[in-house]
Design a protein around this ligand. Structure first.
Ligand code: PLP
Length: 454
């Protein structure tokens, strides 16, 4: 179907959308009943649709639009780079200055051993790079038996075959293909509300880390390549580990010579209130993945940052590593990332958010603890989760068919707030540039939406 765009109203766009555009993670039959909201414009923390309705983006897109919508400096950086050098492959002994600058910049912001950067376009691809690299490392080190990966339940690492296998969200595993792949094993995650009731948080952190040790012993340390985890889990329902968890994980990985891979695709660039989750939790990964906030979502880019231990082996013993993407280190994406980092840095966006917004956010999230629908209210930095339960005493959840979280999302959207349901947990991840007044409005609408759901 072709139509002159000027003729289209919201319904017209919805008809075209239904006819031709398959959306990610969407029940298309359901979408046919409701139709899509058609977004047209964004500025700051707001997005407007074809009906002229203003929506507060309480989710920073998908946890990526950290500096907000509509920053012209990023547009200028992209345009200038496109005019100067619109594309450059870096396969055949060629490089370009913008990717080199960005690689150097990233390593200067990270702990000393994280010295090498590989670029891709998405978080999923970064996880492919990280896991292929871990396997390559052990082959080159003469330990080819170290083939297995341990990931966590409710993890989200992406949608490619390996990334979906690493993910621990059940629907990912019956969405087609041999997923999870047989080299991936899952352990319970640090989800105190469900797995550590009645335990002191510090004690629970050690117990939860112990599940990794149990799994390594069950599989045999000689067979385990790496443990991969998000510093705190976002798509799994805003699961934030106690302070004792990561040091213990670190100790266990060292003890059994298992590589530690930190997926910072969401946590990186300020979500925890620090530049990177590893500074919040004291993680020293062998490999870490960045994405999303690296460009504040203005262009697709991800980075796999590799520690000296793994990189030295790859470089000194590896010869050519047959891995890479056409768009690895794309000049325009790298230019936008550099400009995004400059803005975050010069405007002290992360430091200011940590000083003023994070305490308000924590207080706001915790104020929901007494809501009749909320069993658990948890957060780290500017990522929060409100877990809806049917019975606060027994912690019983609603039946899946009740789609309780989706109802709450719909109530919030009616009132002008994007407030996402991850299963039964309502998530909030506002842009880092949100003002205290805007934050108060977000919480007021969230409460109204929950009241209307109850
Ligand atoms: N890792 C984490 C922690 C994520 O949350 C996501 C996406 O939400 C990914 C990886 C996958 O990133 P992408 O959707 O860019 O492939």
């Amino acid at each position: 179907m072709t139509m002159a765009e000027g003729d289209l109203d919201t319904q017209g766009w919805q008809v075209l959308d239904r006819a031709h555009y398959l959306h990610p993670f969407t029940d298309h039959a359901g979408l046919r009943q409701t139709g899509s909201r058609v977004a047209v414009r964004g500025e700051g923390i707001y997005v407007w649709d074809t009906e002229g309705k203003r929506i507060i983006d309480g989710l920073s897109g998908l946890g990526c639009v950290n500096i907000g919508y509509g920053r012209r400096e990023l547009v200028t950086a992209a345009a200038e780079q496109m005019l100067e050098l619109s594309y450059c492959q870096s396969f055949f002994k060629t490089t370009h200055r913008t990717a080199v600058r960005l690689a150097e910049k990233l390593t200067s912001m990270l702990p000393g051993h994280l010295n090498h950067v590989f670029f891709q376009s998405s978080g999923s691809e970064a996880n492919e790079t990280a896991t292929r690299l871990a396997r390559r490392y052990w082959d080159l080190e003469g330990k080819p038996g170290k083939k297995l990966f341990i990931a966590r339940e409710l993890a989200y690492h992406g949608s490619t075959h390996m990334a979906a296998s690493l993910s621990g969200i059940p629907p990912m595993h019956y969405a087609g293909g041999d997923i999870p792949l047989s080299n991936v094993h899952h352990i319970r995650t640090a989800y105190q509300y469900r797995h550590g009731a009645g335990m002191d948080a510090a004690e629970f952190g050690v117990v939860a880390a112990g599940w990794l040790e149990e799994k390594i012993l069950e599989l045999g340390a000689d067979n385990v390549a790496a443990f991969i985890a998000e510093p705190a889990q976002s798509a799994g329902g805003a699961l934030c580990p106690p302070e004792t968890y990561w040091p213990e994980i670190q100790r266990i990985c060292r003890k059994y010579d298992v590589l530690l891979i930190a997926d910072e695709v969401v946590m990186g660039f300020g979500r925890t209130g620090k530049w990177f989750g590893l500074y919040k939790y004291g993680i020293e990964p062998d490999i870490m993945q960045l994405g999303k906030g690296i460009t504040s979502g203005y262009l697709p880019l991800s980075a796999t940052v590799i520690g000296d231990r793994v990189a030295d082996t790859l470089i000194d013993k590896g010869g050519e590593w047959a891995h890479g993407y056409t768009y690895s280190g794309h000049p325009t994406c790298c230019a936008v990332a550099l400009e995004n980092i400059r803005i975050l840095d010069e405007e002290k966006i992360i430091e200011n958010a940590d000083a003023t917004l994070v305490p308000l956010f924590k207080a706001g999230i915790e104020s929901f603890a007494d809501h009749p629908l909320i069993g658990d209210a948890r957060c780290v930095g500017l990522m929060g989760g409100l877990e809806i339960v049917k019975d606060k005493k027994t912690r019983e959840s609603y039946a899946y068919e009740a789609h309780i979280g989706d109802h709450c999302s719909a109530e919030a959207l009616k009132r002008g707030l994007a407030f996402r349901a991850n299963g039964d947990t309502m998530s909030l991840m506002p842009p880092l540039i949100t003002t205290p007044d805007q934050l108060a409005e977000i919480f007021a609408i969230a409460r109204e939406a929950l009241d209307a759901t109850a």
